[in-house]
Design a protein around this ligand. Structure first.
Ligand code: FAD
Length: 311
């Protein structure tokens, strides 16, 4: 039996989430193929072929895949199912959109947010916003999983001398009712939230969009990504793609600084697996302190500029 990983990339490089998914796939102990769908991806595919642990790189190159849609990808991936016992995707917006479509076309269920692989058909995944962990046994003939990347690590992938075989798929582009209109990207020189080693997150207490400069200044000193609670996002202080939590991004950096964040369970669901948590809050009873490794009871407008100046 074999595993197929669906790659996420920017046409030039694989995303960190795909490498972590490879780390999870290796725990299944079976040959691994990587599917790269995109446009002008020959260099990317050759690079991917040097990654240790990948047996075959399948490529599907088409101009319409420069911005790939799940509606287009799902039927083609579902047609490959007879070759694979497992199809793995990262638990990103891309993976969470695509996995259920593939599963529906295969007539099986998709299992989302796998945090532990116990055996080739038994997994652990969080339920109730991370308040309980379910052990799930899946009897589907083709197991379609999304991998919570904060729970696994990428393999150390020294390029291998023996290149994986690169095999170009020859498939017709399925008819899709979806059409690419435009893409609006927010440009940032800061690290991406879901792969950052350090995150500084601000909450409602930051008080305004302008005040968030306090958080940005500290983040820039630390080379960190910036995150936020939902209250800060809902108040319009910061863009919603930077929300951490149950309905935002799930992160597990080496260091997470929660600034003026109370620690509601929905926020904790997105960051409590961080290696070291530092909480700065002026209320000593704030629930965030119950998960924090280090806590500072202080006004953020005194403490954060002082920390930034010291750094
Ligand atoms: P608050 O709870 O208002 O906390 C502000 C904190 O700042 C307080 O602890 C206060 O003591 C402290 N403070 C005030 N002034 C200062 C100061 N000057 N210096 C230092 N500290 C100060 N929330 C998320 O974050 N992510 C999610 O994904 C998410 N998903 C949700 C999904 C659902 C279905 C629901 C119902 C809720 C969700 N929420 C989520 C909202 C969540 O319940 C909380 O409302 C939210 O996390 C609160 O944000 P906060 O901690 O910034 O604000």
């Amino acid at each position: 039996m074999k595993t197929l990983i669906i790659a996420e990339h920017n046409q030039h490089a694989l995303k960190a989430a795909t490498l972590v998914t490879l780390g999870a796939a290796q725990q299944l102990g079976q040959p691994i193929d990587l599917l790269i769908a995109g446009h002008e991806i020959s260099e990317l595919s050759q690079d991917a072929a040097t990654i240790a642990g990948i047996d075959r790189v399948l490529t599907w190159d088409h101009a319409m895949l420069a911005i790939p849609f799940s509606e287009t990808l799902a039927p083609v991936i579902a047609n490959l199912r007879s070759q694979y016992s497992h199809i793995l995707l990262a638990s990103s917006s891309f993976g969470k959109d695509l996995a259920p479509r593939i599963a529906a076309l295969c007539g099986v269920n998709a299992l989302s947010d796998v945090i532990e692989i116990i055996s080739p058909n038994q997994y652990k995944r969080p339920i109730y916003a991370g308040n309980a962990i379910a052990t799930v046994k899946n009897s589907a003939s083709c197991q379609i999983l999304t991998i919570r990347t904060s729970a696994f690590s990428a393999p150390t992938h020294e390029p291998t001398a023996s290149l994986a075989q690169v095999h170009a798929l020859s498939v017709e582009l399925p008819h899709s009712p979806v059409r690419f209109v435009k893409q609006t990207l927010s440009e940032s020189s800061r690290p991406e939230l879901n792969s950052a080693e350090i995150i500084v997150s601000g909450g409602r207490a930051v008080g305004s969009e302008a005040n968030f400069s306090v958080i940005y200044d500290l983040a820039d000193k630390l080379g960190a990504a910036v995150g936020a609670s939902r209250a800060a996002v809902d108040a319009g202080y910061i863009a919603n793609d930077l929300q951490v939590g149950q309905t935002g991004q799930v992160v597990a950096p080496s260091l997470y600084l929660a600034v003026g964040i109370s620690g509601a369970i929905q926020h904790l669901a997105g960051m409590k697996d961080s290696k070291v948590i530092v909480a700065i809050n002026n209320d000593p009873e704030a629930p965030i302190f119950s998960v924090a490794d280090y806590g500072l009871v202080a006004d953020l407008f005194d403490a954060i500029p002082a920390m930034t100046a010291r750094l």
